[in-house]
Design a protein around this ligand. Structure first.
Ligand SMILES: [Zn+2]
Length: 187
């Protein structure tokens, strides 16, 4: 579900610089935290191994594409017994490891993909300054995770028409839900 309120930037990041360009707005950002947790052993550490630049697409600003140039860090695990000697910093509220878009941008693109599909969703996303390819949208739809629905208490079985008098399908629904599907009448 989309968040009711979204801050202009992720609360995990500090914006260092805003660089308006002809085709997009570039936000140069740094993580706020001084420490990070090792993904293998959970040990907190502030021992920075190295820095690298990461480019991540974010939600648009006033119809402009937004790119975050993130000064990302690699840390050394503080536990000498840990098999993960070096790890990249995790920013769970902002972006998944190796992802090229923020979680909130991916969420919005996924809603578009589910509503109108791959290629149509790609065209709509481009219009909304959230460009994504049709293939990527389809991949996002296939790998999306959902909360399992509540088990129905009263099951209803009905039929409905793909084309009246020619082709019918069967629908199984939860009769306790308030939003019921429209029932087709036989032609
Ligand atoms: Zn570790």
């Amino acid at each position: 579900m989309l968040h009711a309120f979204r801050s202009l930037v992720s609360p995990e990041l500090s914006i260092v610089q805003i660089l308006p360009q002809a085709d997009k707005v570039v936000l140069v950002a740094r993580p706020k935290a001084t420490e990070s947790c090792c993904p293998s052993c959970g040990c907190r550490t502030g021992r920075v191994h190295s820095h690298y630049m990461r480019r991540v697409a974010d939600l648009p600003w006033q119809g402009q594409v937004v790119e975050i140039r993130l000064h990302a860090r690699r840390f050394r695990c503080a536990d000498p017994q840990c098999r993960q000697r070096i790890f990249t910093e995790r920013l769970p509220e902002t972006v998944q490891p190796k992802a090229r878009r923020t979680a909130r941008l991916g969420e919005s693109q996924l809603v578009i993909g589910f509503a109108v599909g791959g290629e149509s969703g790609s065209r709509l996303s481009r219009k909304l300054a959230m460009p994504v390819s049709g293939d990527t949208l389809l991949r996002m739809i296939r790998t999306a995770r959902f909360e399992p629905p509540d088990a129905p208490r009263v099951v209803g079985i009905d039929d409905w028409a793909w084309r009246k008098g020619q082709r019918y399908g069967t629908i199984i629904c939860d009769l306790c839900r308030t939003e019921m599907p429209t029932r087709s009448r036989h032609g």
